[in-house]
Write a protein of this length. Sequence first.
Length: 202
Amino acid sequence: MKSVAKNFAKKTTMVLFLCKELNIFTTHVNTVEKDLFTKVEEKMETRNKIDQILESTDPVANKLKSLCNLLKNSIPHFHWVGFYFVHGNRKELKLSEFAGKPTEHTIIPFGKGICGQVAVSNQNFVVQDVSEQDNYISCGIDVKSEIVVPIFVNGRNIGQIDIDSHDVAPFTQEDEMLLEYVCERVSQLDLNPILESSASEV
């Protein structure tokens, strides 16, 4: 009888332990699901706000400025957000609207730095750690990472959106996809006022 009671006690203890572990696992899964759902909701809300801005009757420059402010304020690791456009017929980029600290890099030659390389490669450039890049233009000691996505109009690379972060390796695939969406929507605007303004300024 003692042996049966002992075995029963062991099995009961094991069952209770498994129930406890299952409860912890279920709670963890529910938390993860909730976090994922929250992140999806936030991304959708940001996209809706992007659409609202671009569909407004504001001038193009105001729309770009509003987009910069929205992205900087909505995504914690987006510490500087700006648009660069081709500077007339010159092989260089000129800073347009931005949100964050003013930068001395208002003109960037093609091929120089992350932005300049994107102007030549026509491809997204995600840099999770700028200290690992040789061809990099320092925008300040706080900047630890950068992502640049080009804007195409009729197959031509006419500009880009540039994001600086003070964190190392903060950018996700979702961030890149969101920025691609922004660039696609911006490419549908009448950007002539911005491009003509850039071309006329030295």
